[in-house]
Design a protein around this ligand. Structure first.
Ligand SMILES: [Ca+2]
Length: 322
């Protein structure tokens, strides 16, 4: 009886995986979504939940339509029990607007999934990782970032995501990426292995990954949940998830044996809010420059007045001579 149970378990275990990327890496079916979606969502024991305004067609899973004040989510139900993983997400962000659109979407790895809130339709003070695919620059003052923009945020549950500064002060790594409104397929890959977080994009239709950032020393536990969410406010866009492929990566024996469930998300060596990709714009006119201009103006006026006075004097003397 025991051996039959064990064989059944092994069989179920094996069919859940498809060999993908070399030895030790497998696609995890329960953390992936591919067409046809009917087979993903039609059963009561689906691995995924849809929240808010999310709709499923035969071509895409639409988190929000290009309509104001909508919010939606796609959340996985099975905790991620392996420490090292890579997720490839095919998505599409587009809409009618040419200049004003928003706000983007988030790829989540969090302790508490499916809780509606103000961060792209999901919970603030979240515990876990957010890969923010931000299409609208809320803060656009003295930083020369161009949007769309991808940023990674690691939160232990105590930090507030501030939309007004695009989560700038919590950003551990980021890059600019022109993923919106493309005719090509747009994909993002998130790899978490040996505490290194690497995000790459493929938006040019060349079937080639371009590294967005790679940052070491990112601590994330196991048994959190994957999810996606998006929200529109005054600005809107279609935010579509087309496919998700998640791979379990090969882990060292030490990591496999380690109990990682209690790890608090952290990025102890990250220089939050001062990523290398973000450079300050010139700060405008310095005091010295303003002083020099004022001085030049005064000298010009003085010289002008001087010339006028001199000419007037000459005319005066001339009129006295004749
Ligand atoms: Ca924003």
């Amino acid at each position: 009886m025991y051996s039959i149970a064990l064989i059944s378990f092994c069989f179920i275990f094996l069919i859940n995986y498809t060999f993908q990327q070399g030895q030790g890496s497998f696609e995890v079916r329960e953390h992936s979504v591919t067409r046809p979606y009917a087979s993903v969502f039609s059963t009561s024991n689906s691995n995924w939940d849809l929240t808010g305004n999310t709709i499923v067609t035969d071509k895409f899973i639409r988190l929000t339509p290009d309509v104001q004040s909508k919010a939606g989510g796609l959340w996985n139900r099975i905790p991620v029990y392996y420490p090292d993983w890579e997720m490839h997400v095919q998505f599409k962000v587009f809409g009618e607007a040419k200049t004003l659109f928003g706000d983007g979407f988030v790829i989540w790895y969090v302790r508490d999934p499916k809780i509606a809130g103000p961060v792209y339709g999901s919970k603030d003070f979240f515990q876990g990782l957010a890969i923010v695919m931000d299409t609208y620059a809320n803060r656009n003052d003295d930083y020369s970032r161009t949007f769309p923009y991808i940023s990674a945020i690691v939160n232990n549950g105590s930090l507030h995501y501030n939309h007004d500064d695009d989560g700038f002060n919590l950003t551990v790594a980021s890059c600019e990426s022109h993923f919106r409104g493309r005719d090509t397929d747009t994909l993002v890959a998130i790899r978490y292995q040996d505490n290194r977080l690497t995000v790459s994009t493929d938006t040019e239709g060349q079937n080639k990954w371009t590294e967005c950032f790679s940052i070491a020393d990112i601590n994330l536990p196991t048994h959190y949940y994957f999810g996606f969410s998006a929200a529109t406010g005054e600005l809107s866009d279609n935010h579509d998830i087309i496919s998700v492929h998640t791979y379990q990566l090969e882990s060292s024996e030490e990591r496999r044996k380690e109990d990682r469930t209690g790890i608090l998300p952290s990025a102890p060596t990250a220089n939050m809010g001062s990523d290398n990709n973000i450079t300050s714009k010139p700060k405008g006119w310095s005091v010295l420059k303003i002083f020099a201009i004022v001085a030049l103006l005064i000298i010009t006026i003085l010289v002008g007045v001087g010339i006028l006075f001199y000419m007037k004097q000459r005319r005066y003397h001339s009129s006295r001579l004749y």
